[in-house]
Design a protein around this ligand. Structure first.
Ligand SMILES: *Cc1c(COP(=O)(O)O)cnc(C)c1O
Length: 359
């Protein structure tokens, strides 16, 4: 299991996952460097870059990472430079939408990620020309997939391709595991998936003729529900049509509601038994930054502490200093103990790389 570091990249979180036996999936050389700093051995790190300069991939090789390529032109450069001397994994785009599957987000076939399975002949040509040693096949759709059947369908496509690559060591099924953002949400049934995918995988490698490793790369599944964003209600603002609660946070701290229309449950921690009212919770950024519209929440008074749930994945890691505001502190609660694992920003952090020239 490779934890997808981009979901929450704090070095203490990486150390915790390492302690529990995880490897790590990184998408930039910086994430790789942080992971190495957290104690991961290079061969426990999967590097899946996208549209990066080739020099970054060379850096990955120099560090000894597992390299995952998703572009024919990069595969060619890699083959020319390394030939058979450094093994490589290939990221495929299965175009599962071609079958008209309604459960996966549209635009999938037009995704920038992965090498199309329809380009397999070009892959094979490069592999044989440069004697590239393909040690893994990878797929990651990025979608929130709840149906085991869809994973199995993707697995089937990978198994079909895998027969053309005799030197595989692993197949990496990526992620796409969905968690609950609100009560009643459909989630990926990991146990059911584990059983069925495990069985299909075994059947596959028996016919392949060699035992392979099955890798997965969950991010959200591991950290989303573990994270809470605490905010203070700074103002309650009533207009003729809406009652707003303004909080001391915004899309600079949690961009998912604005970027993905994501739903994050919001609870008034300070008034858990107050009468419920309808509020629209907004941030303090000069931008439309609605955390939740028309939410039924226990009465909010100015100064109340609210919590936004599911803030562990793609919360802090997508945070910014927009409006020159500080990013928050990060606190880890572990076995009943509280640890500060990141300090809140200060003005020095915002000014650090700015150069004030003489005018
Ligand atoms: C982001 C990412 C993941 C993790 O996705 P989640 O939806 O957070 O589980 C896994 N693999 C790769 C290559 C990724 O880019």
């Amino acid at each position: 299991m490779k934890y997808a570091a981009k979901a929450l990249t704090n070095i203490s979180i990486l150390k915790l996952l390492k302690k529990h036996g995880a490897g790590v999936d990184v998408v930039s050389i910086q994430e790789a460097q942080i992971a190495i700093g957290a104690g991961f051995a290079p061969d426990e790190i999967m590097f899946t870059p996208n549209c990066v300069d080739f020099s970054e991939i060379v850096q990955g090789v120099d560090l000894g990472l597992n390299i995952n390529l998703d572009n024919l032109s990069v595969l060619e450069k890699f083959g020319k430079k390394y030939g058979s001397s450094y093994p490589v994994c290939i990221r495929l785009n299965p175009h599962i939408l071609a079958g008209g599957n309604y459960k996966i987000s549209t635009g999938h076939g037009n995704s920038k990620f992965g090498i199309s399975v329809y380009q397999l002949p070009q892959i094979m040509q490069l592999v044989s020309k440069h004697k590239i040693q393909v040690n893994g096949l990878h797929i990651h759709t990025g979608s929130e997939i709840t149906e085991t059947e869809i994973f199995l369908k993707m697995a089937d496509i990978l198994f079909g391709v895998a027969r053309d690559f005799p030197a595989l060591k692993f197949i990496d099924f990526g992620s796409g595991f969905k968690v609950a953002y609100k009560e009643g949400d459909h989630v990926t049934n990991i146990y059911d998936l584990g059983l069925k995918l495990g069985k299909a995988f075994k059947e596959f490698y028996h016919s392949y003729g060699k035992q392979l490793e099955l890798w997965i790369e969950p991010g959200k599944y591991l950290v989303s529900e573990a994270g809470y964003l605490f905010v203070t209600a700074t103002v309650v603002k009533t207009t003729p049509s809406v009652t707003f609660v303004g909080v001391n946070s915004g899309l600079n701290h949690l961009i998912r509601p604005m970027m993905y229309d994501a739903y994050h449950e919001i609870v008034n921690v300070s008034n858990p038994t107050g009468d419920q009212k309808i509020y629209t919770i907004v941030g303090n950024i000069c931008e439309t930054d609605t955390f939740g519209a028309d939410r039924k929440i226990n009465e909010v008074r100015e100064g109340d502490l609210l919590v936004l749930k599911n803030a562990g994945a793609y919360g802090y890691s997508m945070a910014s200093n927009y409006n020159s505001r500080f990013r928050p502190a990060e606190v880890l609660m572990l076995n009943g103990k509280v640890h500060l694992i990141r300090k809140r920003d200060t003005l020095d952090d915002i000014l650090r790389n700015q150069i004030s020239i003489d005018l």
